[in-house]
Structures are given as structure tokens and as C-alpha cells.
Design a protein around this ligand. Structure first.
Ligand SMILES: C[S@@+](CC[C@H](N)C(=O)[O-])C[C@H]1O[C@@H](n2cnc3c(N)ncnc32)[C@H](O)[C@@H]1O
Length: 311
């Protein structure tokens, strides 16, 4: 059975972020070796839902998060080291916007594109459509504001940032691409990866600053397998009326399972009862630590489907 969390709201989300794995925390934590790990590495960190969740439930002693988005990593470092500053600066922006929220947002976005100020990124993430980062070809943040909302109130941000900061004390946050954190991971560590979605793999992806090229990704996974790294990859969300993405190659020898995550928030909003299925790949080293495929299946709700019908 999946790890029992106290519900997704029990794990603080430092900032909203499209693609956050918050809804999946229970399933992913179920795949941690019993008693947790001495080090959790999250190389496509974003809002680092899994790291924060693992800390919350005492399943990771050391935590190392990284991401190619430099201001996002700068924001994480501020959250860890000086949460009071982040809360204070956010509060100033939130209050200052009230006279003219549209104009304030546009000015803040321009300022962010000049300065890369991490707290401005927090303000933008709270205000943009779907909490989604989008960049122009020349790397300018260009996502629009959601004009129906003013962004989380300062009291809410205070609570979330304080809690996330407390849980992430001692964690390291670094600005780097995923290759070295993955391939050089110690054997007793666990690497959790949530790369950007496929579909735009070999062209610049306007989501998340950079896309992920599939071939080098597969080669790097192979190196990690050869190094006996324990890792989990979330690779594509598959819903029952929507299939996208391409399987990772069988040659990697990864254990591929589809795990049910419950109704997606999108489906719930539109009144449809739809089960979201998450496609997870586990490295051989991790599968061995969990007692083989049967050990894995005992820990999560696996969808009985063949790899030919869903991928
Ligand atoms: C789907 S999001 C991760 C969301 C995360 N699981 C969460 O809970 O918020 C993917 C992240 O990968 C980052 N990214 C994209 N290419 C990368 C690369 N080559 N190396 C490291 N991070 C990368 C993006 O900046 C983005 O934050």
C-alpha cells in the first residue's frame, strides 16, 4: 500500500509551480527503501515537492536539490537561509500591487528580466497563469498574469515559506544540469527525477527555460544504471483519454510501472471522474533494495495494464 501521508496539504508548498509532484508524494515516498535514505537528490527540482515531503516524513537525512533555472535556485537558497527576508519582500510587493495590480505585474516582470531577483520570481509565480514559467526565445520570462487573482496573501506565504524553510534546513540547492547529480550519486542515495514533459524534446522548450533532449537523457540514465545508482524517473502523465510521450528504451533495464494517483484536479474541476496514471521507472539498484518487482508492487497501486496500451 502507498505511504500514508496526512493528505497533500500537510506538506507545505514553498511556492506554486506548474508540474509540481505534490499530488504524488505518497506514491513516491512509498518507493523509498524502508527507514528512508541517507541522501535524497532531486536534480529537476522545481518546487521540490518530493524533497519537502521526504523531510516532512523523516525519510531523507541529507537533501540535495538542483535545477537549471538559476533564479529558482537562488529563491530556494533564500528560503532555506533567510525565510524572513523572503516573506518581508513578498509582502512589500503584494501590498504595493494593490493600487494597480496589472501595471505592477508588468513592471515586476520587466524588473525580474533585468535583475533575476529571486523574490520577484516568487511574486511572479504567485501571479501568473497556472503558476507556469514561460520564457521567450531569448530567455525573457513572458508568462501573463492571471487577472482573476492577486497571488497568495502574505499570511499564507508566511506560513508556507516558514514551514518549507524549517523542513529544508541543511539541504543544498545548486544551479546545475541533472547529469552530474545523477551519475555521481552515492550508492546509498536515492535520486528522484521529474524532467520536463516530452513533446518538444529537440527544440527549445519555452516551458522551464530549457527542454530536455531525449538521447543524451537516455545515455545519462544508462551511465547511472552502470554506476548502480538508485533512481526513480517520473516520465509522462497518462490519463485515460490522453496519452503522450515515448517510453524509455527497454535496454536500460528499468522497471516500468503505471501508478494511480487519484482524480486529477483538472478532471475534478470539469466534473469528470478521471484517474491520473503516472508512469514511473525504477533503476535496477533501487528495485533490488526494495525486494524486486514484487516488492515494488506491494508498495504502490499499480495499474494492471500492458506497456503496449499505455506508455
Ligand atoms: C516538471 S518540473 C519539476 C517539478 C517538480 N517535481 C516539483 O515538484 O515542482 C521540471 C524542472 O526541470 C528543470 N530542468 C529542465 N531541464 C533541466 C536540466 N537539463 N537539468 C536540470 N533541471 C532541468 C526545469 O527548470 C523545471 O524546474
Amino acid at each position: 500500500m502507498p505511504w500514508r501521508t496526512d493528505g497533500i496539504r500537510s506538506v507545505p508548498q514553498a511556492f506554486p509551480y506548474q508540474g509540481s509532484k505534490r499530488a504524488l508524494i505518497g506514491e513516491i515516498l512509498s518507493l523509498f527503501p524502508d527507514g528512508g535514505v541517507s541522501q535524497l537528490i532531486e536534480p529537476f527540482a522545481g518546487s521540490a515537492a518530493i524533497s519537502v515531503g521526504a523531510r516532512k516524513y523523516g525519510l531523507a537525512t541529507d537533501v540535495a536539490i538542483s535545477d537549471v533555472n538559476q533564479p529558482l535556485i537562488a529563491l530556494w537558497n533564500r528560503i532555506i537561509e533567510d525565510p524572513g527576508f523572503v516573506i518581508e519582500e513578498y509582502t512589500k510587493h503584494w501590498n504595493a500591487q494593490l493600487d494597480d495590480p496589472r501595471a505592477y505585474f508588468l513592471q515586476a516582470r520587466d524588473d525580474f528580466n533585468q535583475s533575476n531577483d529571486p523574490v520577484l520570481l516568487l511574486y511572479l509565480l504567485c501571479r501568473v497563469v497556472k503558476a507556469a514559467v514561460r520564457y521567450s526565445k531569448n530567455g525573457q520570462f513572458n508568462q501573463s498574469a492571471d487577472h482573476r487573482r492577486l497571488g497568495a496573501r502574505p499570511e499564507a506565504i508566511r506560513k508556507r515559506i516558514s514551514e518549507a524553510s524549517r523542513l529544508m534546513q541543511g539541504a543544498s540547492a545548486s544551479h546545475q544540469s541533472y547529469e552530474s547529480p545523477l551519475v555521481d550519486a552515492p550508492r546509498d542515495a536515492l535520486v528522484y527525477m521529474d524532467p520536463p514533459y516530452q513533446g518538444t524534446t529537440d527544440v527549445p522548450d519555452h516551458r522551464y527555460l530549457t527542454g530536455l533532449r531525449r538521447e543524451p537523457f537516455v545515455d545519462t540514465l544508462q551511465q547511472a544504471v552502470d554506476n548502480n545508482v538508485s533512481f526513480i524517473v517520473s516520465y509522462d502523465v497518462v490519463t485515460d483519454d490522453n496519452k503522450y510521450g515515448t517510453k524509455l528504451p527497454d535496454e536500460l533495464g528499468l522497471l516500468h510501472r503505471h501508478v494511480t494517483v487519484g482524480a486529477s484536479s483538472q478532471a475534478t474541476l470539469s466534473g469528470r471522474k478521471e484517474i491520473t496514471v503516472e508512469s514511473l521507472y525504477l533503476s535496477p539498484a533501487l528495485v533490488a533494495r526494495l525486494g524486486g518487482a514484487a516488492g515494488v508492487e506491494a508498495r504502490v497501486n499499480v495499474v494492471p495494464t500492458s506497456d503496449d496500451t499505455l506508455f
